[in-house]
Design a protein around this ligand. Sequence first.
Ligand SMILES: Nc1ncnc2c1ncn2[C@@H]1O[C@H](COP(=O)(O)OP(=O)(O)OP(=O)(O)O)[C@@H](O)[C@H]1O
Ligand SMILES: [Mg+2]
Length: 451
Amino acid sequence: MPPRILVVDDEQHIREGIGEFFRGEGYAVSLAEDGNQGLAAVRGGDIDVVITDLRMPGMSGETLIEEALKINTGMPIIVLTAHGSVENAVECMRKGAYEYRTKPVDLKELALLVQRALSVRALEKENENLHIQLQNRFGLTNIVGHSPEMERVFDQVRTVAPTKANVLITGESGTGKELIANAVHLLSERARHPFVKVHCSALAPGLLESELFGHEKGAFTGASRLHRGRFELANQGTLFLDEIGEIDAAIQVKLLRVLQEKKFERVGGEETISVDVRLVTATNRDLYRMVQEGTFREDLYYRLKVVHIHVPPIRERRSDIPLLVTSFLKEFCRENGTMEKKIDRRAMAALEQYRWGGNVREMKNLMENLVVMSKGPVIQYADLPEYIRDEKQPDTITLPAGKKLEEYEKEIILANLAWVNGNKSRAAEVLGIGRKTLHRKLEEYGYSVSE
Ligand SMILES: Nc1ncnc2c1ncn2[C@@H]1O[C@H](COP(=O)(O)OP(=O)(O)OP(=O)(O)O)[C@@H](O)[C@H]1O
Ligand SMILES: [Mg+2]
Protein backbone atom coordinates (compact mmCIF):
# COMPACT_ATOMS: atom_id res chain seq x y z
CA MET A 1 0.00 0.00 0.00
CA PRO A 2 1.40 3.41 -0.92
CA PRO A 3 1.80 5.91 1.94
CA ARG A 4 -1.16 8.25 2.31
CA ILE A 5 -0.74 12.01 2.35
CA LEU A 6 -3.39 14.33 3.72
CA VAL A 7 -3.44 17.80 2.14
CA VAL A 8 -5.30 20.45 4.15
CA ASP A 9 -5.84 23.84 2.51
CA ASP A 10 -8.88 26.09 2.10
CA GLU A 11 -7.74 27.23 -1.35
CA GLN A 12 -9.08 24.72 -3.80
CA HIS A 13 -6.46 25.13 -6.52
CA ILE A 14 -3.56 24.73 -4.09
CA ARG A 15 -5.14 21.71 -2.39
CA GLU A 16 -5.93 19.98 -5.65
CA GLY A 17 -2.65 20.96 -7.27
CA ILE A 18 -0.60 19.40 -4.50
CA GLY A 19 -2.89 16.38 -4.35
CA GLU A 20 -2.62 15.73 -8.04
CA PHE A 21 1.15 16.06 -7.98
CA PHE A 22 1.53 13.48 -5.21
CA ARG A 23 -0.92 11.10 -6.87
CA GLY A 24 1.35 11.31 -9.89
CA GLU A 25 4.26 10.38 -7.63
CA GLY A 26 2.46 7.21 -6.59
CA TYR A 27 1.08 8.26 -3.21
CA ALA A 28 -2.45 7.87 -1.96
CA VAL A 29 -3.95 11.29 -1.27
CA SER A 30 -6.74 12.63 0.93
CA LEU A 31 -7.91 16.24 0.72
CA ALA A 32 -9.46 18.47 3.38
CA GLU A 33 -10.73 22.06 3.25
CA ASP A 34 -10.04 23.00 6.84
CA GLY A 35 -8.76 21.80 10.20
CA ASN A 36 -11.96 20.05 11.16
CA GLN A 37 -12.10 17.97 8.01
CA GLY A 38 -8.39 17.32 8.33
CA LEU A 39 -8.75 16.09 11.86
CA ALA A 40 -11.59 13.79 10.85
CA ALA A 41 -9.30 12.27 8.23
CA VAL A 42 -6.55 11.76 10.82
CA ARG A 43 -9.06 10.06 13.11
CA GLY A 44 -9.78 7.72 10.20
CA GLY A 45 -6.39 6.29 11.01
CA ASP A 46 -4.50 5.64 7.78
CA ILE A 47 -2.73 8.98 7.24
CA ASP A 48 1.08 8.80 7.11
CA VAL A 49 1.97 12.44 6.43
CA VAL A 50 0.03 15.69 6.72
CA ILE A 51 0.67 18.79 4.61
CA THR A 52 -1.30 21.70 5.97
CA ASP A 53 -1.95 25.39 5.45
CA LEU A 54 -2.04 27.57 8.57
CA ARG A 55 -4.71 30.18 8.11
CA MET A 56 -8.01 28.56 7.36
CA PRO A 57 -11.61 29.25 8.37
CA GLY A 58 -12.80 27.10 11.30
CA MET A 59 -10.02 25.15 12.90
CA SER A 60 -6.61 26.67 12.17
CA GLY A 61 -3.52 24.75 11.12
CA GLU A 62 -1.99 25.27 14.59
CA THR A 63 -4.90 23.62 16.34
CA LEU A 64 -4.94 20.85 13.78
CA ILE A 65 -1.30 20.08 14.57
CA GLU A 66 -1.95 19.85 18.28
CA GLU A 67 -5.06 17.73 17.93
CA ALA A 68 -3.69 15.46 15.22
CA LEU A 69 -0.57 14.68 17.24
CA LYS A 70 -2.75 13.69 20.16
CA ILE A 71 -4.32 11.08 17.93
CA ASN A 72 -1.17 9.98 16.15
CA THR A 73 1.98 10.89 18.07
CA GLY A 74 4.98 11.14 15.83
CA MET A 75 3.06 11.58 12.58
CA PRO A 76 5.04 14.02 10.39
CA ILE A 77 3.19 17.26 9.67
CA ILE A 78 4.54 19.69 7.09
CA VAL A 79 3.31 23.27 7.33
CA LEU A 80 2.83 25.52 4.32
CA THR A 81 2.76 29.19 5.17
CA ALA A 82 2.44 32.44 3.30
CA HIS A 83 5.37 34.84 3.10
CA GLY A 84 5.60 37.00 6.19
CA SER A 85 4.18 34.57 8.69
CA VAL A 86 7.30 32.54 9.30
CA GLU A 87 6.96 33.21 13.01
CA ASN A 88 3.74 31.23 13.06
CA ALA A 89 5.47 28.39 11.31
CA VAL A 90 8.22 28.34 13.93
CA GLU A 91 5.56 28.22 16.61
CA CYS A 92 4.11 25.18 14.80
CA MET A 93 7.46 23.44 14.89
CA ARG A 94 7.47 23.94 18.61
CA LYS A 95 4.10 22.23 18.74
CA GLY A 96 5.55 19.23 17.01
CA ALA A 97 5.32 19.95 13.27
CA TYR A 98 8.03 18.25 11.24
CA GLU A 99 8.98 21.09 8.87
CA TYR A 100 7.62 24.22 7.21
CA ARG A 101 7.88 25.73 3.74
CA THR A 102 6.75 29.08 2.45
CA LYS A 103 4.33 29.43 -0.42
CA PRO A 104 4.53 29.28 -3.35
CA VAL A 105 5.85 25.84 -2.72
CA ASP A 106 8.34 23.96 -4.86
CA LEU A 107 6.63 20.63 -5.40
CA LYS A 108 9.80 18.67 -6.15
CA GLU A 109 11.30 19.90 -2.92
CA LEU A 110 8.09 19.10 -1.06
CA ALA A 111 8.28 15.54 -2.40
CA LEU A 112 11.81 15.13 -1.06
CA LEU A 113 10.66 16.44 2.28
CA VAL A 114 7.82 13.95 2.40
CA GLN A 115 10.17 11.10 1.54
CA ARG A 116 12.54 12.07 4.27
CA ALA A 117 9.74 12.45 6.81
CA LEU A 118 8.46 8.99 5.93
CA SER A 119 11.84 7.32 6.36
CA VAL A 120 12.49 9.07 9.66
CA ARG A 121 9.07 7.94 10.82
CA ALA A 122 9.77 4.38 9.72
CA LEU A 123 12.96 4.37 11.76
CA GLU A 124 11.16 5.73 14.78
CA LYS A 125 8.53 3.03 14.47
CA GLU A 126 11.17 0.35 14.21
CA ASN A 127 12.71 1.73 17.36
CA GLU A 128 9.41 1.64 19.19
CA ASN A 129 8.95 -1.96 18.10
CA LEU A 130 12.40 -2.87 19.31
CA HIS A 131 11.59 -1.27 22.61
CA ILE A 132 8.43 -3.33 22.88
CA GLN A 133 10.33 -6.47 21.94
CA LEU A 134 12.89 -5.72 24.60
CA GLN A 135 10.16 -5.25 27.14
CA ASN A 136 8.66 -8.57 26.18
CA ARG A 137 12.01 -10.22 26.26
CA PHE A 138 12.59 -9.14 29.81
CA GLY A 139 8.94 -9.16 30.72
CA LEU A 140 7.31 -12.52 30.57
CA THR A 141 8.91 -14.15 27.58
CA ASN A 142 12.15 -14.88 29.43
CA ILE A 143 10.25 -16.78 32.07
CA VAL A 144 10.14 -20.34 30.88
CA GLY A 145 7.08 -22.45 31.56
CA HIS A 146 4.04 -23.80 29.79
CA SER A 147 2.41 -25.80 32.53
CA PRO A 148 -1.15 -24.79 33.44
CA GLU A 149 0.25 -23.68 36.82
CA MET A 150 2.70 -21.25 35.21
CA GLU A 151 0.17 -20.10 32.61
CA ARG A 152 -2.00 -19.11 35.52
CA VAL A 153 0.86 -17.11 37.04
CA PHE A 154 1.53 -15.37 33.69
CA ASP A 155 -2.12 -14.56 33.43
CA GLN A 156 -2.13 -12.99 36.87
CA VAL A 157 0.96 -10.95 36.02
CA ARG A 158 -0.55 -9.63 32.79
CA THR A 159 -3.73 -8.71 34.60
CA VAL A 160 -2.24 -7.01 37.61
CA ALA A 161 0.79 -5.31 36.00
CA PRO A 162 -1.02 -2.32 34.45
CA THR A 163 -2.90 -1.58 37.69
CA LYS A 164 -1.78 0.27 40.79
CA ALA A 165 -2.25 -2.71 43.10
CA ASN A 166 0.53 -3.83 45.43
CA VAL A 167 1.57 -7.38 44.72
CA LEU A 168 2.76 -10.06 47.11
CA ILE A 169 4.68 -12.91 45.49
CA THR A 170 5.11 -16.10 47.46
CA GLY A 171 6.85 -19.33 46.67
CA GLU A 172 9.76 -21.50 47.74
CA SER A 173 13.32 -20.41 47.27
CA GLY A 174 14.44 -20.39 43.63
CA THR A 175 10.99 -20.58 42.05
CA GLY A 176 11.45 -17.31 40.13
CA LYS A 177 9.80 -14.75 42.39
CA GLU A 178 12.23 -12.05 41.44
CA LEU A 179 11.67 -12.65 37.74
CA ILE A 180 7.95 -12.31 38.32
CA ALA A 181 8.44 -9.08 40.29
CA ASN A 182 10.49 -7.70 37.43
CA ALA A 183 7.84 -8.68 34.91
CA VAL A 184 5.16 -6.86 36.92
CA HIS A 185 7.28 -3.74 36.62
CA LEU A 186 8.16 -4.13 32.94
CA LEU A 187 4.59 -4.73 31.88
CA SER A 188 3.35 -1.66 33.74
CA GLU A 189 3.39 1.98 32.76
CA ARG A 190 6.12 2.43 35.32
CA ALA A 191 8.54 0.52 33.10
CA ARG A 192 10.25 3.76 32.04
CA HIS A 193 10.96 4.57 35.67
CA PRO A 194 13.23 2.73 38.09
CA PHE A 195 12.83 -0.78 39.41
CA VAL A 196 14.53 -0.65 42.78
CA LYS A 197 15.25 -3.78 44.77
CA VAL A 198 15.91 -4.18 48.47
CA HIS A 199 16.90 -7.43 50.11
CA CYS A 200 15.28 -7.00 53.51
CA SER A 201 17.16 -9.75 55.28
CA ALA A 202 20.58 -8.60 54.12
CA LEU A 203 20.62 -5.53 56.39
CA ALA A 204 20.41 -5.04 60.15
CA PRO A 205 17.11 -3.34 61.13
CA GLY A 206 18.64 0.10 61.73
CA LEU A 207 20.44 0.04 58.42
CA LEU A 208 17.37 -1.22 56.63
CA GLU A 209 15.38 1.75 57.87
CA SER A 210 17.80 4.30 56.48
CA GLU A 211 18.24 2.23 53.32
CA LEU A 212 14.48 2.38 52.73
CA PHE A 213 13.67 5.87 53.90
CA GLY A 214 17.04 7.60 53.76
CA HIS A 215 18.60 9.77 56.43
CA GLU A 216 19.49 13.40 56.97
CA LYS A 217 23.04 14.53 57.37
CA GLY A 218 24.01 14.00 61.02
CA ALA A 219 21.04 11.75 61.78
CA PHE A 220 23.40 9.37 63.58
CA THR A 221 27.12 8.90 64.01
CA GLY A 222 28.57 8.21 60.62
CA ALA A 223 25.72 9.91 58.71
CA SER A 224 28.03 12.46 57.17
CA ARG A 225 25.80 13.23 54.22
CA LEU A 226 22.17 13.30 53.30
CA HIS A 227 21.19 9.89 51.98
CA ARG A 228 18.16 9.34 49.82
CA GLY A 229 16.35 6.11 50.56
CA ARG A 230 15.11 3.53 48.10
CA PHE A 231 11.57 4.85 48.36
CA GLU A 232 12.76 8.17 46.95
CA LEU A 233 14.88 6.47 44.30
CA ALA A 234 11.92 4.38 43.20
CA ASN A 235 9.62 7.37 42.77
CA GLN A 236 7.21 6.78 39.87
CA GLY A 237 8.62 3.30 39.53
CA THR A 238 8.44 0.03 41.43
CA LEU A 239 10.03 -0.86 44.74
CA PHE A 240 10.67 -4.56 45.18
CA LEU A 241 11.11 -5.65 48.78
CA ASP A 242 12.49 -9.15 48.79
CA GLU A 243 12.12 -11.34 51.89
CA ILE A 244 9.52 -9.06 53.38
CA GLY A 245 8.89 -11.63 56.12
CA GLU A 246 12.17 -10.59 57.74
CA ILE A 247 11.39 -6.97 58.60
CA ASP A 248 11.01 -6.07 62.26
CA ALA A 249 8.05 -4.45 64.02
CA ALA A 250 9.34 -0.87 63.81
CA ILE A 251 9.84 -1.04 60.06
CA GLN A 252 6.49 -2.71 59.62
CA VAL A 253 4.88 0.35 61.21
CA LYS A 254 6.80 2.75 59.01
CA LEU A 255 5.99 0.75 55.91
CA LEU A 256 2.31 0.74 56.78
CA ARG A 257 2.33 4.50 57.03
CA VAL A 258 3.93 4.93 53.59
CA LEU A 259 1.34 2.62 52.13
CA GLN A 260 -1.52 4.49 53.75
CA GLU A 261 -0.34 8.06 53.30
CA LYS A 262 2.33 7.80 50.60
CA LYS A 263 4.47 9.97 52.86
CA PHE A 264 7.42 9.51 55.16
CA GLU A 265 10.35 11.33 56.73
CA ARG A 266 14.00 10.48 56.35
CA VAL A 267 15.65 9.14 59.48
CA GLY A 268 16.51 12.15 61.62
CA GLY A 269 14.50 14.45 59.35
CA GLU A 270 11.50 16.74 59.75
CA GLU A 271 10.58 17.22 56.13
CA THR A 272 7.73 15.05 54.90
CA ILE A 273 8.47 13.44 51.58
CA SER A 274 5.75 12.27 49.20
CA VAL A 275 6.34 9.46 46.77
CA ASP A 276 4.45 7.57 44.12
CA VAL A 277 5.76 4.04 44.38
CA ARG A 278 4.26 0.69 43.56
CA LEU A 279 5.26 -1.93 46.06
CA VAL A 280 5.98 -5.50 45.03
CA THR A 281 7.05 -7.80 47.83
CA ALA A 282 8.21 -11.39 47.97
CA THR A 283 8.74 -14.01 50.61
CA ASN A 284 9.28 -17.73 50.92
CA ARG A 285 7.80 -17.67 54.42
CA ASP A 286 4.22 -18.26 55.38
CA LEU A 287 3.21 -14.67 56.10
CA TYR A 288 -0.32 -15.61 57.04
CA ARG A 289 0.99 -17.86 59.73
CA MET A 290 3.27 -15.09 60.93
CA VAL A 291 0.20 -12.88 61.20
CA GLN A 292 -1.54 -15.51 63.31
CA GLU A 293 1.52 -15.91 65.47
CA GLY A 294 1.66 -12.16 65.91
CA THR A 295 5.06 -11.55 64.30
CA PHE A 296 3.70 -9.78 61.24
CA ARG A 297 1.14 -6.97 61.36
CA GLU A 298 -2.19 -8.01 59.95
CA ASP A 299 -3.02 -4.53 58.59
CA LEU A 300 0.28 -4.45 56.72
CA TYR A 301 -0.22 -7.97 55.44
CA TYR A 302 -3.51 -7.05 53.77
CA ARG A 303 -2.07 -3.89 52.24
CA LEU A 304 0.81 -5.82 50.75
CA LYS A 305 -1.25 -8.61 49.30
CA VAL A 306 -3.89 -6.66 47.45
CA VAL A 307 -3.00 -9.16 44.77
CA HIS A 308 -1.27 -12.39 45.70
CA ILE A 309 0.71 -14.38 43.16
CA HIS A 310 1.95 -17.78 44.23
CA VAL A 311 4.73 -19.36 42.21
CA PRO A 312 4.49 -23.14 42.58
CA PRO A 313 7.61 -25.24 43.18
CA ILE A 314 8.91 -27.35 40.31
CA ARG A 315 7.66 -30.61 41.81
CA GLU A 316 4.12 -29.28 41.38
CA ARG A 317 4.65 -28.48 37.72
CA ARG A 318 6.88 -31.23 36.44
CA SER A 319 5.62 -30.76 32.90
CA ASP A 320 7.81 -27.63 32.79
CA ILE A 321 11.00 -29.58 33.42
CA PRO A 322 11.91 -30.60 29.84
CA LEU A 323 11.37 -27.05 28.57
CA LEU A 324 13.40 -25.55 31.41
CA VAL A 325 16.21 -28.05 30.86
CA THR A 326 16.46 -27.43 27.12
CA SER A 327 16.23 -23.67 27.43
CA PHE A 328 19.00 -23.57 30.04
CA LEU A 329 21.09 -25.87 27.84
CA LYS A 330 20.67 -23.43 24.98
CA GLU A 331 21.42 -20.43 27.16
CA PHE A 332 24.62 -21.83 28.65
CA CYS A 333 25.93 -23.28 25.40
CA ARG A 334 25.49 -19.86 23.82
CA GLU A 335 27.15 -18.18 26.79
CA ASN A 336 30.10 -20.56 26.70
CA GLY A 337 30.40 -20.41 22.94
CA THR A 338 30.05 -24.17 22.64
CA MET A 339 27.97 -26.02 20.11
CA GLU A 340 24.47 -26.65 21.30
CA LYS A 341 24.41 -29.78 23.42
CA LYS A 342 21.50 -32.17 23.59
CA ILE A 343 20.38 -34.33 26.45
CA ASP A 344 19.77 -38.04 26.32
CA ARG A 345 16.37 -39.50 27.15
CA ARG A 346 17.33 -41.38 30.23
CA ALA A 347 19.07 -38.34 31.66
CA MET A 348 16.00 -36.23 30.97
CA ALA A 349 13.78 -38.81 32.65
CA ALA A 350 15.96 -38.68 35.75
CA LEU A 351 15.73 -34.89 35.80
CA GLU A 352 11.96 -35.12 35.50
CA GLN A 353 11.88 -37.43 38.50
CA TYR A 354 14.20 -35.47 40.74
CA ARG A 355 12.82 -33.43 43.67
CA TRP A 356 14.40 -30.06 42.87
CA GLY A 357 14.38 -28.80 46.42
CA GLY A 358 16.19 -25.67 45.20
CA ASN A 359 13.72 -25.27 42.33
CA VAL A 360 14.70 -23.41 39.17
CA ARG A 361 17.84 -21.96 40.71
CA GLU A 362 19.12 -25.45 41.48
CA MET A 363 18.29 -26.60 37.97
CA LYS A 364 19.92 -23.60 36.36
CA ASN A 365 23.15 -24.17 38.27
CA LEU A 366 23.14 -27.83 37.41
CA MET A 367 22.62 -27.16 33.71
CA GLU A 368 25.51 -24.70 33.66
CA ASN A 369 27.69 -27.27 35.34
CA LEU A 370 26.65 -29.97 32.86
CA VAL A 371 27.31 -27.76 29.85
CA VAL A 372 30.80 -27.02 31.12
CA MET A 373 31.72 -30.46 32.47
CA SER A 374 30.12 -33.01 30.16
CA LYS A 375 32.43 -34.20 27.40
CA GLY A 376 30.31 -35.16 24.41
CA PRO A 377 27.67 -33.28 22.40
CA VAL A 378 24.95 -35.20 24.23
CA ILE A 379 24.56 -35.12 27.99
CA GLN A 380 24.23 -38.70 29.19
CA TYR A 381 22.69 -40.24 32.27
CA ALA A 382 26.22 -40.97 33.48
CA ASP A 383 27.03 -37.25 33.36
CA LEU A 384 24.43 -36.53 36.03
CA PRO A 385 25.55 -36.16 39.63
CA GLU A 386 25.13 -39.23 41.79
CA TYR A 387 22.42 -37.77 44.01
CA ILE A 388 20.17 -37.38 41.00
CA ARG A 389 20.93 -40.79 39.53
CA ASP A 390 20.25 -42.33 42.95
CA GLU A 391 16.78 -40.93 43.13
CA LYS A 392 14.59 -43.98 42.88
CA GLN A 393 11.35 -44.20 41.02
CA PRO A 394 8.58 -44.05 43.60
CA ASP A 395 7.44 -47.47 44.75
CA THR A 396 3.82 -48.34 44.31
CA ILE A 397 1.98 -48.93 47.54
CA THR A 398 -0.84 -51.43 47.44
CA LEU A 399 -3.44 -50.93 50.11
CA PRO A 400 -6.02 -53.66 50.72
CA ALA A 401 -9.50 -52.40 51.52
CA GLY A 402 -11.14 -52.90 54.91
CA LYS A 403 -8.64 -51.42 57.35
CA LYS A 404 -8.65 -48.55 59.78
CA LEU A 405 -7.41 -45.17 58.60
CA GLU A 406 -4.52 -45.14 61.06
CA GLU A 407 -3.34 -48.49 59.75
CA TYR A 408 -3.22 -47.05 56.24
CA GLU A 409 -1.38 -44.08 57.58
CA LYS A 410 1.22 -46.34 59.14
CA GLU A 411 1.72 -48.27 55.91
CA ILE A 412 2.06 -45.10 53.89
CA ILE A 413 4.57 -43.61 56.28
CA LEU A 414 6.71 -46.74 56.45
CA ALA A 415 6.64 -47.27 52.69
CA ASN A 416 7.81 -43.73 52.09
CA LEU A 417 10.49 -44.04 54.72
CA ALA A 418 11.81 -47.13 52.99
CA TRP A 419 11.71 -45.34 49.64
CA VAL A 420 14.06 -42.63 50.87
CA ASN A 421 16.37 -45.20 52.49
CA GLY A 422 15.28 -44.39 56.02
CA ASN A 423 16.20 -40.71 55.79
CA LYS A 424 13.62 -39.20 58.17
CA SER A 425 13.95 -35.56 57.12
CA ARG A 426 13.45 -36.54 53.52
CA ALA A 427 10.50 -38.73 54.40
CA ALA A 428 8.91 -35.85 56.30
CA GLU A 429 9.49 -33.58 53.30
CA VAL A 430 8.00 -36.08 50.88
CA LEU A 431 4.98 -36.64 53.10
CA GLY A 432 4.55 -32.95 53.71
CA ILE A 433 4.57 -33.23 57.50
CA GLY A 434 6.90 -31.86 60.15
CA ARG A 435 9.84 -33.91 61.34
CA LYS A 436 8.52 -33.88 64.89
CA THR A 437 5.22 -35.30 63.72
CA LEU A 438 7.02 -38.04 61.86
CA HIS A 439 9.12 -38.88 64.90
CA ARG A 440 6.06 -39.01 67.13
CA LYS A 441 4.29 -41.36 64.77
CA LEU A 442 7.30 -43.63 64.43
CA GLU A 443 7.52 -43.83 68.19
CA GLU A 444 3.84 -44.71 68.31
CA TYR A 445 4.60 -47.58 65.93
CA GLY A 446 7.22 -48.75 68.38
CA TYR A 447 10.37 -47.54 66.65
CA SER A 448 12.98 -45.86 68.78
CA VAL A 449 13.81 -42.55 67.19
CA SER A 450 17.04 -40.76 67.95
CA GLU A 451 17.68 -37.34 66.39
N1 LIG B 1 10.57 -19.91 34.95
C1 LIG B 1 11.87 -19.57 34.84
N2 LIG B 1 12.44 -19.49 33.64
C2 LIG B 1 13.73 -19.17 33.51
N3 LIG B 1 14.54 -18.89 34.53
C3 LIG B 1 14.03 -18.96 35.77
C4 LIG B 1 12.66 -19.28 35.98
N4 LIG B 1 12.42 -19.25 37.31
C5 LIG B 1 13.58 -18.91 37.88
N5 LIG B 1 14.56 -18.73 36.97
C6 LIG B 1 15.96 -18.41 37.26
O1 LIG B 1 16.30 -19.10 38.46
C7 LIG B 1 17.03 -18.26 39.35
C8 LIG B 1 16.25 -18.04 40.62
O2 LIG B 1 15.12 -17.22 40.37
P1 LIG B 1 14.70 -16.05 41.34
O3 LIG B 1 15.90 -15.35 41.88
O4 LIG B 1 13.69 -15.22 40.67
O5 LIG B 1 14.04 -16.92 42.49
P2 LIG B 1 13.39 -16.47 43.87
O6 LIG B 1 12.06 -17.12 43.92
O7 LIG B 1 13.46 -15.00 43.98
O8 LIG B 1 14.34 -17.17 44.92
P3 LIG B 1 14.67 -16.74 46.47
O9 LIG B 1 13.43 -17.00 47.26
O10 LIG B 1 15.77 -17.67 46.83
O11 LIG B 1 15.07 -15.31 46.44
C9 LIG B 1 17.29 -16.98 38.58
O12 LIG B 1 18.54 -17.09 37.95
C10 LIG B 1 16.20 -16.94 37.55
O13 LIG B 1 16.60 -16.25 36.42
MG1 LIG C 1 14.58 -13.84 45.28
